[in-house]
Ligand binder design. Structure first.
Ligand code: HEM
Length: 331
């Protein structure tokens, strides 16, 4: 059963629902709060993102350029002075399974830059970092690319179960009515915003390639060639990735998230990765997916995908509405 409601979604979200493109840059930075002017510089840079985006997007309108900005729990109060911190926002919580760990790593701001053209993304990132100057330090800068028909480097089509159409805003944007997590009425500053979690995974390709395709398919929960969903394993048996990543609340409502994963890497360096990025109106949904994957369901039966994929980073952010972001330059 899908979570159904007629929640009214307010205006002016950032472009979290922008289409999956052939190129994306994931830029995570820390704010250098020891520099007195840093906060003001970051504020005006964030307020100018709309204009900066337009500068670059106009140079090829068919390239579907979009940039979304996420703000971490550690800088929210100083940066967003007066705007209450979103109810669920906290630093990414590491998940320690018996065998694998999802680490929590530093990062105050996330810029998810995407378009059909690597040069547009490059140019935008250059102008953005110019505007930010020494107010930030880059923590991670990963460039992802489209690999054939939206496959990850493990060879599987990635992103199929994403919500589409009207279901996108329900899944991704914080709306004004209470949700079934019981967290109550949400504060207005959150309206039209979205939680986002990123994790950088590196694959052990040699070990993965040594598995027969049928074993890989059982691990993912879909067929490799034609992307057909497999049946869930019986209760108590080893579940596939797609089963473990399916999350319900106590009433059996299912919650989807919006993933824009991208492959990244460099064969010459032996680096083969997946940059995971998941947008959700509810941070607990992504956290529950991670618990099911790393701890396992039942406990101890972790997601076998993790035996071939190591999480190197883990950060959580809130993507405020465009209006909140634009307003940051005001003081
Ligand atoms: C499904 C790959 C990590 C959440 C899938 C599918 C693939 C895949 C191939 C099946 C097709 C699809 O529906 O997209 C990967 C890889 C990962 C990764 C390569 C990293 C190494 C994660 C993480 C989460 C997640 C960390 C959540 C925290 C999901 C969800 C689905 C899914 C929600 C759809 C399940 C459904 O309703 O069918 N993933 N994934 N994935 N994944 Fe992942």
């Amino acid at each position: 059963r899908m979570a159904s409601s007629t929640r009214r979604v307010p205006i002016s979200p950032q472009r979290v629902d922008a289409p999956l493109t052939s190129s994306a840059t994931f830029l995570v930075v820390s704010v250098n709060t020891s520099i007195p002017s840093a906060i003001q510089t970051v504020r005006s840079a964030l307020a100018s993102i709309s204009d900066l985006s337009k500068n670059v997007a106009i140079r090829d309108l068919r390239a579907a350029f979009a940039c979304t900005v996420g703000i971490g729990a550690g800088v929210w109060d100083t940066l967003m002075s007066g705007v209450p911190k979103p109810t669920e926002l906290h630093p990414f919580r590491a998940v320690h399974g018996a065998k694998h760990t999802a680490p929590s790593t530093p990062g105050d701001l996330l810029f998810h830059i995407r378009s059909e053209r690597r040069d547009l993304n490059f140019e935008f990132e250059r102008q953005l970092l110019d505007a930010l100057g020494d107010s930030v330090s880059v923590v991670d800068d990963t460039v992802g690319f489209r690999y054939f028909d939206v496959r990850d480097l493990l060879g599987f089509v990635d992103g199929t179960a994403n919500p589409v159409g009207d279901d996108v805003s329900e899944a991704v944007l914080v709306a004004s009515t209470p949700d079934s997590s019981g967290s109550g009425e949400v504060a207005s500053a959150e309206l039209g915003g979205s939680y986002v979690v990123v994790q950088k995974y590196v694959h052990d390709m040699r070990a993965w390639k040594s598995l027969p395709a049928e074993t890989q398919e059982a691990i993912i929960g879909r067929t490799k060639w034609d992307n057909i969903e497999l049946m869930d394993a019986e209760e108590g048996k080893q579940a596939s990735h797609k089963t473990l990543a399916t999350v319900q609340d106590a009433d059996g409502n299912e919650y989807s998230i919006l993933r824009d994963n991208m492959p990244f890497g460099a064969p010459g360096k032996g680096e083969f990765g997946t940059y995971f990025i998941g947008y959700s109106a509810r941070l607990w949904v992504v956290e529950k997916m991670l618990t099911r994957m790393f701890i396992g369901e039942p406990e101890g039966m972790h997601d076998r995908l993790l035996d071939y994929s190591k999480a190197w980073t883990g950060c959580a952010f809130f993507v405020p509405s465009q209006r909140l972001l634009d307003g940051l330059g005001g003081d």
